[in-house]
Design a protein around this ligand. Sequence first.
Ligand code: ADP
Ligand code: MG
Length: 196
Amino acid sequence: MSAAAAAVEREADRLTELDSPIGDADHGSNLLRGFTAVRAALEAEPPAAPGAVLALAGRTLISTVGGASGPLYGTLLRRTGKELGDAAEVSDEALRKALYTGVGAVAQLGGAAPGDKTMLDALVPGVAALTTSYRAAADAAENGALATVPMQARKGRASYLGERSIGHQDPGATSSALLLGALADVAEAQDGAEAR
Ligand code: ADP
Ligand code: MG
């Protein structure tokens, strides 16, 4: 979550810029507000288990982010956290399965599917590639975000633009790739530390 918050801080301006032509220019500031609050909530009351960390982070996003992305990312984290339960340690496989369920909950809440030019265009291929590695997941999500450029938006604010949404990269797909990139960075750093 710290790595995610740091990545959002770094890229907030770019996310807001992407949200200008096909949205209301607030995606970066929405996530910055949300992840700043997540950081504070986790520092104030550090949960004992990874599942509880994600659940608290998800609740915090839902309560602090007004835009569509708050409830969607909040649901992703809450649902993933719930799947992890109160296990003190989480295997890669358990996290992969939990994230898969979490992404399913995002699709259910937002009623979107891959191809609709939303965060799911990065999350779905990203989570599918977790069977290979965290880096493969981040790369697949990045490619998924790039692939939203020629799509016409069918969900969310960008869908109001109809064909004029074509030719722009979806901000939510971009932030999803960013978050899976942060996960890959942390996983690789941890592997490196274990190898030493
Ligand atoms: P808002 O659109 O309310 O201003 P944000 O700008 O924070 O919220 O987030 C916009 C992003 O949310 C979009 O780029 C898209 O990826 C994602 N999004 C919007 N609606 C949906 C939906 N129904 N399902 C999945 N993702 C969605
Ligand atoms: Mg917006």
